[in-house]
Write a protein that binds this ligand. Structure first.
Ligand code: 5GP
Ligand code: ZN
Length: 114
């Protein structure tokens, strides 16, 4: 999608610190990390948010979570885990309308969210 910053990151128009890429997904460090480990896993397909994902996207979304799990372990967080967050639309405070999993680790995270 032309005016989507994450599509531009996938296309290399906007630089990013890549962690992983294959034919259907891309993972990169968040520009404003909220924990010692904070990266984003996104599909190359432009899906705006969880509410607009279709049943055909189910397997893809499952693979994103599985890769997120593996990458968090690679970042040294296998034992203590972390948090997998998908913000959605305005009440979820989603700021980039291209579906993404935040993956955070490396410190104890607060709950519930404010
Ligand atoms: P949201 O608020 O939509 O759940 O999360 C969007 C995330 O994307 C934020 O954590 C923000 O820091 C990150 N972000 C926004 N623009 C860029 C960018 O240009 N590069 C990178 N690496 N992260 C970005
Ligand atoms: Zn996009």
């Amino acid at each position: 999608m032309d005016d989507c910053i994450f599509c531009k990151i996938i296309g290399g128009e906007i630089p990013s610190k890549k962690i992983y890429e294959d034919d259907e997904m891309y993972a990169f460090h968040d520009i404003s990390p909220q924990a010692p480990v904070h990266f984003l896993v996104i599909p190359k397909k432009h899906i705006p948010n969880v509410m607009e994902a279709s049943p055909e996207d189910s397997a893809l979304l499952g693979r994103l979570f599985h890769k997120a799990q593996a990458l968090l372990a690679e970042q040294g967080c296998a034992e203590k885990g972390g948090r997998f967050v998908v913000n959605c639309k305005s009440d979820g405070m989603q700021t980039v309308p291209h579906i993404h999993i935040h993956v955070l680790g490396g410190r104890m995270l607060g709950w519930p969210p404010g």
